[in-house]
Design a protein around this ligand. Structure first.
Ligand code: ATP
Ligand code: ZN
Ligand code: MG
Length: 501
C-alpha cells in the first residue's frame, strides 16, 4: 500500500481572491479529468484555498498518479484555463509538505536515513516527509529514487555480515610448495623492490620488473593473441560521467583516487603559491587548494568502463562481433587503506583488462576459450595450485546483494591461488589473482551500444599482474632455477640489478 499526501502552493501572477466560483469549477473539473481515468481515481485534490496571489492544494493518492506528477499537470491546466479567461499565470510551485508512505519487504533492523526527507518506519511501513521541495526536484524523479533507496537500505541491513556467495567450479591438484615465505618481504630484502614513495605504491627494480613484465608477456602471448584480442590504449583519467553510467560512482567512491585540475594555468594566479614554495621550501597546501578546481574525474579504477564509453552510441557491424579488445596501459589506483599488503593489495597496480562484446552465444563460447587458455597458463606454465569459483559480481556486491546461483550465463568467476606463507590450504585465505565476468546487457544498455541485428552482451576479465606475480612466487620461490620449465621458457635469468654500497 502506498499513500501520498502533498501540500503545495502555486504562486500566481495576479490576485485571484475574486475568482472563487472559477476555482471551485476548476478544482471539481480537475478531480474529474486529470486525476481520474475511467471510474478510477488516480489522485484527489482533497482541499484547496485561494488567497490573493496564491492557490494552496492538498492532494492525496494511492500511487497510480503521484501527486507531484499530478501537480505538474495541474499547473499546465491552470495556466491554460485561467490564462485564457483571466490572464492569470502560474509563477511557481512550492511544496510545503509531502508525505509518502510505502511498504517494505522487511522490517528494518536499525534506523534508516536519506537526504531530502525525514524517514520514519513503523513495522514494515515507511514514511518519508519532505518539506521545502522545488519544482525541479519533482521533475527530476528524485522521489522514486528516494523510495527505492530506503527500500534498498533496509534490504542491505539483511545482507550485511552474511557470508559471500562462493561456489567452487574447479580446482587443481595440490602442488608441493617450495617455501613458505611472503615473496614481497623477501624481494624487498633482496633489493628487488622498494616500497613507496607513497602508501601502497612500489618501485620495481630490474629483477621484480622483469618478473612483472614476463607476466604481461605471457598473458598476451598465451591468452589474448591466440584468441584474437586487439590492443587499445585508453586514457588514464576517468571523468565522473563514465563512472555514473557504470555505477562505480555510487559503488566505491571511497576507493577512488580523485583528480583535480588547476583552476587556471596562468602563472600570475599561481604567484603566491610559487612565492610561498620558494620561501618555505614546503608545499603551501592551503594556497594550493585555492588554486585547484574540485575533482571531476578520478584515476583509472578498472579499464572496462572507458572501453565501453568508447563504444557509446555506436552500432557495431556484425562482422566485428564479438568485439574483443584489451588495455594494458592504464594503471589502476585504489585506496585500499587498512587492507594493503605487499604487492598483492596495493593502491596502484598493473592490470590487463580484456573486454568482449557480442551475442550471448559468442560470449559463452569465448568464456570457454578464455578459461581453456587461462588453465593452460596456470597449469602448464606456472604449475600453480589454484581454483575457480562463482562469486557475486561487484555491482551486486556493492548494492549489498548476493548472487543467486541462476543459470550462470552471466556472473563472475574468481581465480584463487593457494599462498603457502599464509597458512594451511584449509584455514588460510587464498589470493584472488584474477577474475572473469559476463555481465549481460548492463553496460550495453548504460552506454547505448548496438549491433545491426544481434542482441549484445558484454563482459571483462581483470588480469592483475602483481597478483599473478605474488601467486607464482609464493608457491615457486624466488630462485629461477626452481621455477617450472614452462615459465623458464619465458624468463630463465633475472637481470643483474644494481648493487648498492
Ligand atoms: P579484491 O576482492 O581482492 O579487492 P576486487 O574484487 O576488488 O579484488 P576487481 O575489481 O574484480 O578486484 O579487479 C580484478 C582484478 O584486479 C583482481 O582479480 C586483481 O587481480 C586485481 N586487483 C584488484 N585490486 C587490487 C589491488 N588492490 N592490488 C593488486 N591487484 C588488484
Ligand atoms: Zn571490468
Ligand atoms: Mg577490491
Amino acid at each position: 500500500m502506498m499513500r501520498f499526501a502533498l501540500q503545495a502552493r502555486f504562486t500566481l501572477s495576479g490576485d485571484v481572491s475574486g475568482l472563487t466560483k472559477e476555482f471551485e469549477k476548476f478544482i471539481a473539473e480537475t478531480n474529474e479529468s486529470i486525476l481520474k481515468k475511467g471510474p478510477e481515481k488516480l489522485a484527489v485534490i482533497e482541499k484547496y484555498a485561494i488567497e490573493k496571489g496564491t492557490l494552496s492544494l492538498f492532494i492525496t493518492s494511492e500511487g497510480t498518479l503521484r501527486p507531484h506528477n499530478a501537480l505538474l499537470q495541474i499547473k499546465n491546466a491552470l495556466s491554460k484555463d485561467l490564462g485564457k479567461t483571466h490572464h492569470v499565470g502560474v509563477r511557481g510551485i512550492t511544496i510545503e509538505n509531502y508525505m509518502i508512505s510505502f511498504d517494505l519487504a522487511h522490517e528494518p533492523l536499525k534506523e534508516v536515513t536519506i537526504p531530502f526527507a525525514e524517514v520514519k518506519i513503523q513495522g514494515k511501513q515507511a514514511t518519508m516527509v519532505l518539506s521545502d521541495v522545488s519544482e525541479e526536484f519533482l521533475r527530476r524523479n528524485y522521489i522514486d529514487r528516494m523510495m527505492n533507496r530506503v527500500k534498498e537500505k533496509v534490504e542491505n541491513q539483511y545482507y550485511e555480515g552474511k557470508a559471500e556467495f562462493w561456489k567452487l567450479i574447479w580446482k587443481s591438484k595440490e602442488k608441493p610448495s617450495i617455501w613458505t615465505q611472503d615473496p614481497t618481504e623477501q624481494m624487498e630484502s633482496l633489493g628487488w623492490l622498494k616500497q613507496g614513495p607513497t602508501k601502497g605504491k612500489w618501485f620495481y627494480r630490474p629483477q621484480a620488473a622483469a618478473i612483472l613484465k614476463t607476466m604481461e608477456h605471457i598473458a598476451i602471448k598465451e591468452v589474448l593473441e591466440p584468441l584474437g584480442f586487439q590492443e587499445v590504449i585508453e586514457s588514464h583519467i576517468k571523468p565522473f560521467e563514465i563512472w555514473l553510467k557504470t555505477g562505480h560512482m555510487e559503488g566505491m567512491p571511497y576507493e577512488f583516487y580523485y583528480v583535480a585540475e588547476p583552476k587556471t594555468r596562468d602563472a600570475k594566479d599561481w604567484e603566491r603559491f610559487i612565492d610561498l614554495t620558494k620561501i618555505t621550501k614546503e608545499v603551501p597546501v592551503e594556497e594550493l587548494q585555492k588554486n585547484l578546481s574540485a575533482p571531476t574525474a578520478g584515476i583509472c579504477y578498472a579499464q572496462c568502463p572507458m572501453i565501453y564509453w568508447s563504444f557509446k552510441g555506436k552500432t557495431i557491424a556484425e562482422t566485428s562481433l564479438p568485439v574483443s579488445v584489451y588495455d594494458k596501459t592504464a594503471i589502476s589506483a585504489r585506496y585500499e587503506s587498512g587492507g594493503r599488503h605487499g604487492i598483492e593489495r596495493v593502491d596502484e597496480f598493473h592490470r590487463i583488462e580484456p573486454v568482449y562484446i557480442g551475442t550471448r552465444e559468442q560470449l559463452l563460447s569465448l568464456r570457454e576459450k578464455l578459461l581453456e587458455r587461462y588453465k593452460h597458463v596456470f597449469n602448464d606454465i606456472f604449475d600453480l595450485e589454484w581454483r575457480m569459483a562463482w562469486v557475486t559480481p561487484w555491482y551486486m556486491q556493492q548494492a549489498g546483494k548476493i548472487a543467486d546461483e541462476g543459470t550462470q550465463d552471466t556472473g563472475t568467476i574468481d581465480f584463487e591461488a593457494y599462498m603457502p606463507y599464509r597458512g594451511t590450504r584449509q584455514d588460510s585465505e587464498w589470493l584472488e589473482f584474477q577474475n572473469l565476468s559476463i555481465l549481460g546487457d548492463k553496460y550495453i544498455t548504460a552506454f547505448n551500444i548496438k549491433a545491426q541485428k544481434s542482441v549484445l552482451w558484454s563482459g571483462c576479465s581483470g588480469i592483475g599482474l602483481e597478483r599473478w606475480t605474488t601467486a607464482f612466487l609464493a608457491q615457486k620461490g624466488l630462485d629461477p632455477k626452481s621455477w617450472p620449465d614452462g615459465f623458464k621458457k619465458y624468463l630463465q635469468n633475472l637481470p643483474e640489478g644494481i648493487q648498492f654500497l
